[in-house]
Ligand binder design. Structure first.
Ligand code: SF4
Length: 324
């Protein structure tokens, strides 16, 4: 039996691509890649609609390495889609080889996305993946030259599709035909296409050489400030965030918390002592404090605890320091 490995996001296009191959009696094995920017949660649910399960494949470290300096640059935000697709196909290709599968596929549609799904970019993705001869795009095959798999008779080209362009209508019609009802919106679910997260990431990467999993985790939570001395402040917005943020502090970080009033948990990293006074003031100002009153703030560091005092100020005073 022919075995095909699909890069599966759980979106409609990847569902349809998989379903078309299932209809050809090909054994379809779905792979969903996992990084701090996207998870397999939605894809797991989606795959059930076509009677398959998807296998989560963790690629965080190689994705972070690529993200620091993507060979083909970023998209509109911090999304390095060409390099990201190539990386996924590369990982999928290695799995295919290990498990003696026959080819790879994805739900890419020619001309659907301005940067990563135009003909030259799709060709580039295939070349950069190291598995160009093994990649099939079942939804657009009839608009692309026949692949080795089609020529060898592993796939019946006549039962593949020739979709192209940005319209989603043909996919919707096919979804109705296959009774696929529940799928996430296209490109949703990737944090690298989120404008606010992208700004935070860009700002962070402009100041650091190496991006760690821990760094990315904390970028997802709280309000972020860059203080004049260079320290980074992350301010929890609610109880849940306070709890998460405090677990994400690293050795060398300062943690600031109000004493007599409810307030945010604040992590200060970079920890330039010249920024401490301002950090304490931000901590008080985002707590349940009264204007112009003096409050105590506990500062916890690797050296123990210390008490600071700060006055509540209007939040507008810190607006220019906020990374949004
Ligand atoms: S949208 Fe995100 S997951 Fe999709 S290819 Fe681009 S960077 Fe990768």
């Amino acid at each position: 039996m022919t075995i095909a490995y699909g890069i599966f996001s759980g979106g409609l296009d990847s569902l349809l691509a998989a379903r078309i191959l299932v209809d050809q009696d090909i054994e379809v094995r779905l792979l969903t890649f996992v990084t701090p920017f996207f998870s397999a949660k939605r894809a797991k649910i989606s795959s059930q609609q076509i009677g398959l399960t998807t296998r989560p494949v963790e690629i965080t470290q190689s994705h972070l390495n690529m993200l620091e300096n993507p060979k083909h640059g970023y998209g509109r935000f911090m999304n390095p889609c060409i390099d990201c697709h190539a990386l996924m196909f590369n990982h999928a290709g290695r799995i295919m080889e290990e498990e003696e599968g026959d080819f790879l596929f994805s739900g890419e549609v020619l001309g659907q996305r301005p940067k990563s799904q135009i003909a030259w970019a799709m060709k580039l993705v295939a070349r950069e993946s190291g598995y160009a001869d093994y990649i099939l795009r079942p939804l657009s095959s009839l608009k692309l030259p026949p692949t080795k798999m089609e020529l060898a008779g592993l796939v019946d080209r006549d039962r593949l599709l020739g979709l192209s362009g940005r319209s989603r209508k043909p996919q919707m019609e096919l979804a109705a035909k296959f009774k696929i009802k529940d799928y996430p919106s296209p490109a949703g679910g990737c944090l690298l296409t989120d404008p606010i997260f992208s700004n935070r990431l860009k700002e962070f990467m402009s100041r650091t050489k190496q991006l760690s999993h821990q760094d990315v985790k904390i970028l997802k939570w709280g309000r972020h400030f860059r203080l004049p001395g260079g320290s980074k402040l992350v301010v929890g917005r609610n109880e849940k965030e306070n709890e998460i943020i405090s677990k994400l502090s690293k050795p060398g970080d300062f943690i600031l918390e109000t004493v007599n009033i409810p307030g945010p948990t604040v992590i200060m990293s970079g920890s330039d002592p010249s920024d401490l006074e301002l950090a304490a003031s931000i901590t008080v100002s985002y707590g349940d404090s009264e204007p112009d009153q003096l409050y105590k703030v506990i500062l916890t560091s690797d050296d123990g605890k210390k008490c600071l005092e700060a006055v509540r100020q209007a939040k507008e005073v810190f607006a220019h320091l906020m990374i949004i």
